[in-house]
Design a protein around this ligand. Structure first.
Ligand code: NI
Length: 191
């Protein structure tokens, strides 16, 4: 088990476009180790997701998992997922406002607009095809993690900077209203 330090906002490598994993790299010890390290580091930080650039690796790999997360009690569960070279395609035009945070931007949350549904095309660590549709809050999590692979942070997508909040301020002033909105999404899309 290797828990890596998380690269924080301001470090130039976090802003680079990560390179695709080559065909020859699927199933390699290096790729397997990277995926395992991402999972270990995500879990140690109570994150809902983590992308390779956040541990200083410029490859298009990210992981996600949500189950009884103390940081995000309102998030529907996401089974452990490792995506290699993911491509997301929005399903329809509809968007929702998501209060997001990021392990690379400690302490800060803000409202970003995300597609309510995305089609996911990716590979797993062994090269197997992953194809699925994801809806609701979980779709937002996929979009957040895939943004990291293009050097994009949630703060770049915050349209109204007055929505920025620390965790304490979020909990005191914004969480109740956000949980209501999330419930509405969960009612419509499951989870
Ligand atoms: Ni993030």
């Amino acid at each position: 088990m290797t828990v890596h330090p998380i690269v924080e906002v301001g470090v130039p490598s976090l802003r680079e476009v990560a390179r695709p994993v080559d065909e020859a790299e699927y199933g390699s010890p290096r790729l397997r180790e990277l995926a395992a390290d991402l999972v270990d580091t995500m879990r140690a930080a109570n994150g809902a997701g983590l992308a390779a650039p956040q541990i200083g690796v410029g490859l298009r790999v990210c992981v996600m998992e949500v189950k009884d997360n103390p940081r995000y009690p309102y998030k529907p569960p996401i089974p452990l997922t490792v995506l290699v070279n993911p491509r997301l395609t929005p399903l329809g035009e509809e968007t929702f406002e998501s209060y997001e945070g990021c392990l690379s931007v400690p302490g800060l949350r803000g409202v970003v607009r995300r597609h309510v549904g995305v089609r996911v095309d990716a590979r797993d660590v062994e090269g197997g095809a992953i194809e699925r549709e994801v809806w609701g809050v979980s779709a937002g999590t996929y979009q957040h993690e895939c943004d990291h692979l293009d050097g994009v942070l949630f703060v770049d997508r915050v349209e109204d900077t007055r929505t920025f909040a620390t965790w304490d301020a979020f909990r005191e002033h914004h969480e109740a209203a956000f949980v209501e909105r999330v419930r509405d999404l969960a009612d419509r899309f499951g989870g």
